[in-house]
Design a protein around this ligand. Structure first.
Ligand SMILES: [Zn+2]
Length: 122
């Protein structure tokens, strides 16, 4: 995993919150920091944790967040002993969609006067 980078462009950590769903993972923190500093073209991200038995793996939200910046960049999943697995974003999130999919032509347009119908059963 040598990209000739002496220091990572951005580092992140989990930012936890008492209201759990407001927390943010280290991956998204690092990517957000990098983007805020003008970087959008990523070659790799390395993920570390204190898990001994398995390689740390990004959550589904982080996988989709990474996908926003491409599918072919590398993700290194590591263990504290220094061993690691190399995967791409595509391998972690197959059949994904990204920003380019938002530009695809649509078969049908949604009528402006359409109404959302909710059906419930009791
Ligand atoms: Zn995550």
């Amino acid at each position: 995993m040598d990209y000739g980078i002496k220091e990572p462009k951005a580092k992140g950590c989990n930012v936890e919150n008492a209201c759990y769903n407001l927390g943010i993972c280290a991956e998204r923190t690092a990517i957000s920091k990098a983007v805020s500093e003008g970087f959008r073209d990523f070659k790799a991200i390395a993920i570390a944790s204190d898990l001994r038995e398995q390689f740390i793996s990004p959550c589904g939200g982080c996988r989709q967040f990474m996908r926003e910046f491409g599918a072919s960049w590398d993700v290194y999943l590591s263990k504290p002993d220094g061993s690691y697995m190399e995967m791409t974003v595509e391998e972690l999130l197959p059949e994904s969609f990204g920003p380019e999919d938002l530009k695809m032509k649509r078969e049908h347009s949604i009528p402006k006067d359409s109404v959302l119908t909710v059906i419930s059963q009791s």
